[in-house]
Design a protein around this ligand. Structure first.
Ligand SMILES: *Cc1c(COP(=O)(O)O)cnc(C)c1O
Length: 462
Protein backbone atom coordinates (compact mmCIF):
# COMPACT_ATOMS: atom_id res chain seq x y z
CA UNK A 1 0.00 0.00 0.00
CA UNK A 2 1.39 3.39 -1.05
CA UNK A 3 0.47 6.81 0.35
CA UNK A 4 0.13 10.00 -1.68
CA UNK A 5 -0.24 13.65 -0.66
CA UNK A 6 -3.50 15.57 -1.06
CA UNK A 7 -1.49 18.33 -2.76
CA UNK A 8 0.17 16.03 -5.26
CA UNK A 9 3.76 17.28 -4.89
CA UNK A 10 5.31 15.20 -2.07
CA UNK A 11 7.15 11.88 -2.36
CA UNK A 12 5.00 8.72 -2.34
CA UNK A 13 5.57 6.86 0.95
CA UNK A 14 4.91 3.52 2.63
CA UNK A 15 2.55 3.28 5.62
CA UNK A 16 5.45 3.37 8.04
CA UNK A 17 7.08 6.39 6.40
CA UNK A 18 3.78 8.28 6.24
CA UNK A 19 3.16 7.49 9.91
CA UNK A 20 6.61 8.67 11.01
CA UNK A 21 6.51 11.90 9.01
CA UNK A 22 2.95 13.12 9.67
CA UNK A 23 2.48 16.13 7.37
CA UNK A 24 3.63 15.77 3.74
CA UNK A 25 6.48 18.02 2.58
CA UNK A 26 4.19 19.90 0.16
CA UNK A 27 1.96 20.87 3.10
CA UNK A 28 -0.60 18.20 2.20
CA UNK A 29 -1.90 15.16 4.07
CA UNK A 30 -1.13 11.56 3.23
CA UNK A 31 -3.93 9.30 2.01
CA UNK A 32 -3.81 5.73 0.70
CA UNK A 33 -3.44 5.52 -3.07
CA UNK A 34 -6.38 3.11 -3.19
CA UNK A 35 -8.96 2.12 -0.56
CA UNK A 36 -9.01 -1.64 0.12
CA UNK A 37 -12.45 -3.22 -0.19
CA UNK A 38 -14.00 -5.53 2.39
CA UNK A 39 -16.63 -7.84 0.91
CA UNK A 40 -19.97 -8.49 2.64
CA UNK A 41 -18.70 -11.97 3.53
CA UNK A 42 -15.59 -10.49 5.09
CA UNK A 43 -17.64 -8.05 7.13
CA UNK A 44 -20.06 -10.80 8.19
CA UNK A 45 -17.07 -12.80 9.44
CA UNK A 46 -16.39 -10.04 12.00
CA UNK A 47 -19.49 -11.04 14.01
CA UNK A 48 -18.52 -12.10 17.50
CA UNK A 49 -14.83 -11.20 17.19
CA UNK A 50 -12.99 -9.28 19.92
CA UNK A 51 -12.21 -5.60 19.31
CA UNK A 52 -8.56 -6.53 18.78
CA UNK A 53 -9.31 -9.20 16.16
CA UNK A 54 -11.63 -6.81 14.35
CA UNK A 55 -8.92 -4.17 14.44
CA UNK A 56 -6.41 -6.54 12.90
CA UNK A 57 -8.67 -7.50 10.00
CA UNK A 58 -9.82 -3.96 9.26
CA UNK A 59 -6.38 -2.32 9.39
CA UNK A 60 -4.14 -5.05 7.98
CA UNK A 61 -4.52 -4.19 4.26
CA UNK A 62 -3.45 -0.57 4.90
CA UNK A 63 -0.28 -1.36 6.79
CA UNK A 64 1.86 -3.15 4.19
CA UNK A 65 5.02 -5.15 4.84
CA UNK A 66 6.55 -2.90 7.51
CA UNK A 67 5.04 -5.05 10.26
CA UNK A 68 4.54 -8.82 10.14
CA UNK A 69 1.11 -10.25 11.00
CA UNK A 70 2.43 -11.50 14.30
CA UNK A 71 4.03 -8.23 15.33
CA UNK A 72 1.02 -6.19 14.22
CA UNK A 73 -1.40 -8.36 16.20
CA UNK A 74 0.86 -8.12 19.24
CA UNK A 75 1.02 -4.31 19.04
CA UNK A 76 -2.78 -4.10 18.78
CA UNK A 77 -3.11 -6.30 21.87
CA UNK A 78 -0.73 -4.07 23.84
CA UNK A 79 -2.45 -0.89 22.66
CA UNK A 80 -5.85 -1.79 24.09
CA UNK A 81 -4.79 -3.77 27.15
CA UNK A 82 -4.93 -0.65 29.37
CA UNK A 83 -8.58 0.14 28.61
CA UNK A 84 -11.08 0.03 31.44
CA UNK A 85 -13.71 -1.98 29.50
CA UNK A 86 -13.29 -5.42 27.94
CA UNK A 87 -15.40 -4.49 24.92
CA UNK A 88 -13.05 -1.48 24.38
CA UNK A 89 -15.83 0.37 22.50
CA UNK A 90 -19.16 -0.73 24.03
CA UNK A 91 -22.44 0.21 22.36
CA UNK A 92 -25.36 1.20 24.59
CA UNK A 93 -28.93 2.02 23.63
CA UNK A 94 -30.30 5.54 24.21
CA UNK A 95 -33.71 5.23 22.56
CA UNK A 96 -35.42 2.98 20.00
CA UNK A 97 -33.11 3.15 16.97
CA UNK A 98 -30.50 5.36 18.66
CA UNK A 99 -27.27 3.98 20.07
CA UNK A 100 -24.26 5.49 21.82
CA UNK A 101 -20.76 4.24 21.05
CA UNK A 102 -18.74 4.78 24.24
CA UNK A 103 -15.22 5.66 23.15
CA UNK A 104 -14.02 6.94 26.52
CA UNK A 105 -12.75 3.87 28.35
CA UNK A 106 -9.09 4.44 27.48
CA UNK A 107 -6.39 5.78 29.83
CA UNK A 108 -7.18 9.50 29.24
CA UNK A 109 -10.97 9.11 28.97
CA UNK A 110 -11.39 10.32 25.37
CA UNK A 111 -11.65 8.56 22.01
CA UNK A 112 -8.18 9.78 21.07
CA UNK A 113 -6.71 6.91 23.12
CA UNK A 114 -7.91 4.47 20.44
CA UNK A 115 -5.51 5.94 17.90
CA UNK A 116 -2.79 7.24 20.18
CA UNK A 117 -2.23 4.05 22.16
CA UNK A 118 -1.78 2.14 18.91
CA UNK A 119 0.46 4.80 17.37
CA UNK A 120 2.69 4.72 20.46
CA UNK A 121 3.21 0.99 19.96
CA UNK A 122 3.77 1.32 16.20
CA UNK A 123 6.28 4.17 16.64
CA UNK A 124 8.28 2.31 19.26
CA UNK A 125 8.48 -0.83 17.16
CA UNK A 126 9.41 1.02 13.93
CA UNK A 127 11.99 3.31 15.56
CA UNK A 128 13.67 0.50 17.44
CA UNK A 129 13.97 -1.55 14.26
CA UNK A 130 15.41 1.46 12.38
CA UNK A 131 17.67 2.56 15.25
CA UNK A 132 16.17 6.07 15.04
CA UNK A 133 14.94 8.73 17.41
CA UNK A 134 12.23 11.34 16.73
CA UNK A 135 10.86 14.49 18.31
CA UNK A 136 7.09 14.51 18.45
CA UNK A 137 5.44 17.90 18.60
CA UNK A 138 1.67 17.98 18.93
CA UNK A 139 -0.93 20.73 19.09
CA UNK A 140 -3.97 20.04 21.20
CA UNK A 141 -7.32 21.46 22.15
CA UNK A 142 -6.97 19.23 25.21
CA UNK A 143 -7.53 15.56 24.45
CA UNK A 144 -4.91 14.82 21.78
CA UNK A 145 -2.17 16.11 24.06
CA UNK A 146 -3.09 14.03 27.06
CA UNK A 147 -3.56 10.95 24.88
CA UNK A 148 -0.18 11.50 23.18
CA UNK A 149 1.65 12.02 26.46
CA UNK A 150 0.05 8.89 27.91
CA UNK A 151 1.03 6.88 24.83
CA UNK A 152 4.63 8.12 24.45
CA UNK A 153 5.79 8.85 28.01
CA UNK A 154 8.89 6.94 29.00
CA UNK A 155 9.56 5.54 25.50
CA UNK A 156 13.27 5.38 24.65
CA UNK A 157 13.29 6.73 21.11
CA UNK A 158 10.87 9.63 21.44
CA UNK A 159 10.70 13.09 22.99
CA UNK A 160 7.20 14.52 23.14
CA UNK A 161 6.31 18.24 23.23
CA UNK A 162 2.65 19.24 23.50
CA UNK A 163 1.36 22.74 22.74
CA UNK A 164 -1.96 23.58 24.35
CA UNK A 165 -3.81 26.92 24.49
CA UNK A 166 -3.11 28.48 27.88
CA UNK A 167 -6.24 28.72 30.03
CA UNK A 168 -8.50 27.07 27.45
CA UNK A 169 -8.43 23.42 28.44
CA UNK A 170 -10.31 21.79 31.28
CA UNK A 171 -8.50 21.14 34.56
CA UNK A 172 -8.59 17.38 34.04
CA UNK A 173 -7.16 17.77 30.54
CA UNK A 174 -4.41 20.07 31.79
CA UNK A 175 -3.50 17.82 34.69
CA UNK A 176 -3.33 14.78 32.42
CA UNK A 177 -0.68 16.68 30.43
CA UNK A 178 1.26 18.33 33.26
CA UNK A 179 1.46 15.58 35.90
CA UNK A 180 3.39 12.77 34.15
CA UNK A 181 6.92 12.72 35.60
CA UNK A 182 8.81 11.10 32.70
CA UNK A 183 11.74 13.23 31.44
CA UNK A 184 10.78 12.85 27.75
CA UNK A 185 7.45 14.65 28.30
CA UNK A 186 7.16 18.45 27.85
CA UNK A 187 3.83 20.28 28.32
CA UNK A 188 3.89 23.80 26.77
CA UNK A 189 1.10 26.30 27.52
CA UNK A 190 0.94 28.67 24.53
CA UNK A 191 -0.44 32.21 24.71
CA UNK A 192 -3.13 31.83 22.05
CA UNK A 193 -5.99 29.57 20.99
CA UNK A 194 -5.94 26.08 19.50
CA UNK A 195 -5.69 27.37 15.94
CA UNK A 196 -2.52 29.25 16.96
CA UNK A 197 -1.06 26.01 18.36
CA UNK A 198 -1.93 24.17 15.17
CA UNK A 199 -0.54 26.97 12.98
CA UNK A 200 2.81 27.03 14.84
CA UNK A 201 3.01 23.25 14.51
CA UNK A 202 2.45 23.50 10.74
CA UNK A 203 5.13 26.25 10.60
CA UNK A 204 7.60 23.89 12.26
CA UNK A 205 6.86 21.21 9.69
CA UNK A 206 7.39 23.72 6.90
CA UNK A 207 10.73 24.85 8.36
CA UNK A 208 12.73 22.03 6.78
CA UNK A 209 16.01 22.91 8.56
CA UNK A 210 14.31 22.58 11.94
CA UNK A 211 12.16 19.65 10.84
CA UNK A 212 15.15 17.61 9.67
CA UNK A 213 17.42 18.83 12.49
CA UNK A 214 15.24 17.50 15.30
CA UNK A 215 13.66 14.70 13.21
CA UNK A 216 10.21 16.14 13.74
CA UNK A 217 7.27 13.73 13.76
CA UNK A 218 3.59 14.55 14.11
CA UNK A 219 0.81 12.69 15.83
CA UNK A 220 -2.02 15.15 15.28
CA UNK A 221 -5.09 13.82 13.54
CA UNK A 222 -3.38 14.72 10.26
CA UNK A 223 -1.35 11.55 10.84
CA UNK A 224 -2.88 8.85 8.65
CA UNK A 225 -2.22 6.11 11.22
CA UNK A 226 -4.59 7.88 13.61
CA UNK A 227 -7.40 8.02 11.09
CA UNK A 228 -6.84 4.35 10.34
CA UNK A 229 -7.09 3.26 13.99
CA UNK A 230 -10.45 5.06 14.22
CA UNK A 231 -11.92 3.19 11.25
CA UNK A 232 -12.10 0.07 13.41
CA UNK A 233 -14.91 1.11 15.76
CA UNK A 234 -17.17 2.04 12.86
CA UNK A 235 -16.91 -1.59 11.82
CA UNK A 236 -17.21 -3.10 15.30
CA UNK A 237 -20.33 -1.06 16.17
CA UNK A 238 -22.08 -1.47 12.80
CA UNK A 239 -21.41 -5.21 12.87
CA UNK A 240 -22.91 -5.52 16.34
CA UNK A 241 -26.13 -3.97 14.95
CA UNK A 242 -26.24 -6.37 12.01
CA UNK A 243 -23.89 -5.07 9.29
CA UNK A 244 -23.41 -5.87 6.47
CA UNK A 245 -27.06 -6.97 6.34
CA UNK A 246 -28.34 -3.79 7.94
CA UNK A 247 -27.38 -0.23 7.07
CA UNK A 248 -26.59 2.22 9.88
CA UNK A 249 -25.84 5.95 10.16
CA UNK A 250 -23.37 7.75 12.40
CA UNK A 251 -23.38 11.13 14.10
CA UNK A 252 -19.94 12.39 15.10
CA UNK A 253 -19.07 15.38 17.32
CA UNK A 254 -16.53 17.02 15.05
CA UNK A 255 -13.64 19.46 15.26
CA UNK A 256 -10.72 18.57 13.03
CA UNK A 257 -12.79 16.17 10.87
CA UNK A 258 -10.49 13.25 11.75
CA UNK A 259 -12.96 11.00 13.52
CA UNK A 260 -15.75 11.40 10.97
CA UNK A 261 -13.29 11.01 8.11
CA UNK A 262 -12.50 7.57 9.53
CA UNK A 263 -16.22 6.79 9.13
CA UNK A 264 -16.02 7.88 5.52
CA UNK A 265 -13.10 5.50 4.97
CA UNK A 266 -15.14 2.67 6.55
CA UNK A 267 -17.93 3.45 4.09
CA UNK A 268 -15.54 3.52 1.14
CA UNK A 269 -14.21 0.12 2.29
CA UNK A 270 -17.69 -1.32 1.90
CA UNK A 271 -19.34 -0.92 5.30
CA UNK A 272 -23.01 -0.09 4.62
CA UNK A 273 -23.34 3.41 6.09
CA UNK A 274 -26.22 5.64 5.03
CA UNK A 275 -25.43 9.09 6.48
CA UNK A 276 -22.36 10.49 8.23
CA UNK A 277 -23.60 13.43 10.26
CA UNK A 278 -21.16 16.14 11.35
CA UNK A 279 -22.18 17.67 14.70
CA UNK A 280 -20.52 20.97 15.62
CA UNK A 281 -20.77 23.38 18.54
CA UNK A 282 -20.96 27.15 17.98
CA UNK A 283 -17.63 26.94 16.14
CA UNK A 284 -19.42 25.74 13.07
CA UNK A 285 -17.21 26.18 10.01
CA UNK A 286 -17.99 22.65 8.88
CA UNK A 287 -21.73 23.05 9.29
CA UNK A 288 -21.64 26.35 7.40
CA UNK A 289 -19.54 24.81 4.66
CA UNK A 290 -21.70 21.72 4.23
CA UNK A 291 -24.83 23.94 4.20
CA UNK A 292 -23.60 26.74 1.95
CA UNK A 293 -20.47 25.55 0.14
CA UNK A 294 -18.47 28.38 1.67
CA UNK A 295 -15.48 27.42 3.85
CA UNK A 296 -14.53 30.62 5.62
CA UNK A 297 -12.74 31.00 8.95
CA UNK A 298 -13.89 33.31 11.71
CA UNK A 299 -12.88 33.80 15.33
CA UNK A 300 -12.94 30.87 17.71
CA UNK A 301 -15.53 31.28 20.44
CA UNK A 302 -14.57 29.24 23.52
CA UNK A 303 -17.33 26.75 24.40
CA UNK A 304 -18.18 24.10 26.98
CA UNK A 305 -17.08 21.49 24.41
CA UNK A 306 -13.51 22.83 24.07
CA UNK A 307 -12.11 19.90 22.08
CA UNK A 308 -14.24 21.10 19.18
CA UNK A 309 -13.30 24.80 19.42
CA UNK A 310 -11.67 24.78 16.02
CA UNK A 311 -12.10 26.88 12.93
CA UNK A 312 -9.68 25.17 10.59
CA UNK A 313 -10.56 21.49 10.26
CA UNK A 314 -7.33 19.96 8.98
CA UNK A 315 -8.68 16.61 7.88
CA UNK A 316 -11.38 18.21 5.76
CA UNK A 317 -8.61 18.53 3.20
CA UNK A 318 -8.71 14.76 2.77
CA UNK A 319 -12.45 14.83 2.05
CA UNK A 320 -11.95 17.70 -0.40
CA UNK A 321 -9.22 15.73 -2.17
CA UNK A 322 -11.73 12.97 -2.98
CA UNK A 323 -14.55 15.44 -3.70
CA UNK A 324 -12.25 17.09 -6.27
CA UNK A 325 -11.57 13.68 -7.88
CA UNK A 326 -8.12 13.51 -6.26
CA UNK A 327 -6.82 16.62 -8.02
CA UNK A 328 -3.89 17.72 -5.84
CA UNK A 329 -3.41 21.00 -7.70
CA UNK A 330 -7.05 21.97 -7.07
CA UNK A 331 -6.64 21.22 -3.33
CA UNK A 332 -3.38 23.20 -3.15
CA UNK A 333 -5.18 26.15 -4.74
CA UNK A 334 -8.02 25.98 -2.16
CA UNK A 335 -5.57 25.81 0.72
CA UNK A 336 -3.79 28.87 -0.67
CA UNK A 337 -7.12 30.74 -0.67
CA UNK A 338 -7.74 29.57 2.90
CA UNK A 339 -4.67 31.53 4.02
CA UNK A 340 -6.51 34.65 2.83
CA UNK A 341 -9.66 33.71 4.78
CA UNK A 342 -11.55 31.01 2.92
CA UNK A 343 -12.79 29.47 -0.32
CA UNK A 344 -15.93 28.32 -2.09
CA UNK A 345 -16.30 24.62 -2.79
CA UNK A 346 -17.25 23.90 -6.42
CA UNK A 347 -20.74 22.63 -7.16
CA UNK A 348 -19.47 19.24 -8.27
CA UNK A 349 -17.41 18.81 -5.10
CA UNK A 350 -20.34 19.88 -2.91
CA UNK A 351 -22.47 17.25 -4.59
CA UNK A 352 -19.81 14.63 -3.88
CA UNK A 353 -19.61 15.67 -0.19
CA UNK A 354 -23.39 15.66 0.23
CA UNK A 355 -23.54 12.07 -1.00
CA UNK A 356 -22.08 11.08 2.38
CA UNK A 357 -22.25 13.97 4.86
CA UNK A 358 -24.99 15.89 6.64
CA UNK A 359 -24.42 18.39 9.41
CA UNK A 360 -25.94 20.17 12.38
CA UNK A 361 -24.88 22.89 14.83
CA UNK A 362 -25.69 23.00 18.54
CA UNK A 363 -25.70 26.08 20.79
CA UNK A 364 -24.28 26.16 24.30
CA UNK A 365 -27.75 26.17 25.80
CA UNK A 366 -28.92 23.23 23.72
CA UNK A 367 -25.81 21.31 24.80
CA UNK A 368 -26.64 21.82 28.48
CA UNK A 369 -30.31 20.92 27.86
CA UNK A 370 -29.26 17.72 26.13
CA UNK A 371 -26.99 16.65 29.01
CA UNK A 372 -29.96 17.00 31.38
CA UNK A 373 -32.41 15.32 29.00
CA UNK A 374 -30.10 12.36 28.34
CA UNK A 375 -29.50 11.93 32.05
CA UNK A 376 -33.21 11.93 32.90
CA UNK A 377 -34.65 10.06 29.88
CA UNK A 378 -31.84 7.92 28.46
CA UNK A 379 -29.99 6.88 31.60
CA UNK A 380 -26.71 8.30 30.30
CA UNK A 381 -24.53 11.08 31.70
CA UNK A 382 -22.95 12.67 28.61
CA UNK A 383 -19.86 14.85 28.25
CA UNK A 384 -20.63 18.12 26.42
CA UNK A 385 -19.09 16.91 23.13
CA UNK A 386 -21.15 13.74 23.14
CA UNK A 387 -24.22 15.85 23.98
CA UNK A 388 -23.64 17.92 20.84
CA UNK A 389 -23.69 14.66 18.90
CA UNK A 390 -26.80 13.27 20.59
CA UNK A 391 -28.69 16.52 19.98
CA UNK A 392 -27.95 16.54 16.26
CA UNK A 393 -28.63 12.81 15.95
CA UNK A 394 -32.04 13.08 17.62
CA UNK A 395 -33.01 15.77 15.11
CA UNK A 396 -31.70 14.10 11.99
CA UNK A 397 -32.11 10.37 12.45
CA UNK A 398 -34.63 8.47 10.34
CA UNK A 399 -36.96 5.81 11.71
CA UNK A 400 -35.77 3.03 9.41
CA UNK A 401 -32.00 3.32 9.94
CA UNK A 402 -30.31 2.86 13.32
CA UNK A 403 -28.26 5.89 14.35
CA UNK A 404 -24.99 5.44 16.24
CA UNK A 405 -23.72 8.57 18.00
CA UNK A 406 -20.08 8.62 19.02
CA UNK A 407 -19.50 9.49 22.70
CA UNK A 408 -16.06 11.04 22.43
CA UNK A 409 -15.18 11.70 26.08
CA UNK A 410 -16.06 10.58 29.59
CA UNK A 411 -18.26 13.07 31.49
CA UNK A 412 -15.66 13.23 34.30
CA UNK A 413 -13.25 14.92 31.90
CA UNK A 414 -15.58 17.97 31.83
CA UNK A 415 -17.13 17.92 35.31
CA UNK A 416 -17.99 21.65 35.51
CA UNK A 417 -20.19 21.68 32.43
CA UNK A 418 -21.80 18.37 33.34
CA UNK A 419 -22.56 19.56 36.86
CA UNK A 420 -23.96 22.86 35.59
CA UNK A 421 -26.32 20.98 33.28
CA UNK A 422 -27.39 18.08 35.45
CA UNK A 423 -26.52 18.92 39.06
CA UNK A 424 -24.36 15.79 39.13
CA UNK A 425 -20.58 15.94 39.42
CA UNK A 426 -19.19 12.83 37.69
CA UNK A 427 -16.30 11.26 39.64
CA UNK A 428 -13.09 10.19 37.92
CA UNK A 429 -12.76 6.43 37.47
CA UNK A 430 -10.87 4.86 40.36
CA UNK A 431 -7.71 4.18 38.37
CA UNK A 432 -7.03 7.94 38.07
CA UNK A 433 -8.68 9.25 41.23
CA UNK A 434 -5.49 10.93 42.57
CA UNK A 435 -5.08 13.20 39.51
CA UNK A 436 -5.91 16.34 41.51
CA UNK A 437 -3.14 15.65 44.04
CA UNK A 438 -0.21 15.10 41.66
CA UNK A 439 2.26 18.03 41.17
CA UNK A 440 2.17 19.82 37.80
CA UNK A 441 5.06 20.62 35.44
CA UNK A 442 4.43 23.05 32.57
CA UNK A 443 6.24 25.80 30.59
CA UNK A 444 4.39 28.93 29.46
CA UNK A 445 5.42 29.91 25.90
CA UNK A 446 4.76 32.85 23.55
CA UNK A 447 2.97 32.39 20.24
CA UNK A 448 6.27 32.73 18.41
CA UNK A 449 7.87 30.20 16.07
CA UNK A 450 11.54 31.08 16.67
CA UNK A 451 11.15 31.01 20.45
CA UNK A 452 9.38 27.65 20.30
CA UNK A 453 11.98 26.11 18.04
CA UNK A 454 14.86 27.17 20.25
CA UNK A 455 13.10 25.94 23.39
CA UNK A 456 12.56 22.52 21.81
CA UNK A 457 16.14 22.31 20.56
CA UNK A 458 17.49 23.19 24.02
CA UNK A 459 15.34 20.60 25.77
CA UNK A 460 16.42 17.68 23.58
CA UNK A 461 18.98 15.30 25.10
CA UNK A 462 22.47 16.12 23.75
C1 LIG B 1 -10.83 15.62 19.54
C2 LIG B 1 -12.20 15.55 20.06
C3 LIG B 1 -13.32 15.75 19.23
C4 LIG B 1 -13.18 16.12 17.77
O1 LIG B 1 -12.60 15.08 17.01
P1 LIG B 1 -12.04 15.39 15.56
O2 LIG B 1 -11.40 14.15 15.09
O3 LIG B 1 -11.06 16.52 15.74
O4 LIG B 1 -13.19 15.82 14.73
C5 LIG B 1 -14.56 15.60 19.78
N1 LIG B 1 -14.74 15.30 21.09
C6 LIG B 1 -13.70 15.10 21.92
C7 LIG B 1 -13.95 14.78 23.34
C8 LIG B 1 -12.40 15.21 21.43
O5 LIG B 1 -11.35 15.00 22.25
Amino acid sequence: MRYISTRGQAPVLTFEEAMLSGLARDGGLYVPETIPHMSAAHIRALHGLSYEDTAFRVMRPFVGDGFTDEVFADLIAKAYAGFGHNARAPLVQLAPGHFLLELFHGPTLAFKDFAMQLIGQLFQEALERRGERVTIVGATSGDTGSAAIEAFKGLDNVDVFILFPHGRVSEVQRRQMTTPTEANVHALALDGDFDDCQARLKDMFNDFAFRDGVRLAGVNSINWARVLAQVVYYFSSAVSLGAPDRTVSFTVPTGNFGDIFAGYIAKRMGLPIDRLVVATNQNDILHRCLSSGDYRTSQVHPSISPSMDIQVSSNFERALFDAYSRDGAAVAQLMGELKAGGFSVSQGAMQALREHFDSGRVSEEETLDTILLAQTTMGELLCPHSAVGVRVAEKQRKADTPMITLATAHPAKFPDAVEKASGLRPPLPKRMADLYERPERVTRVANDLAALESLITERLPK
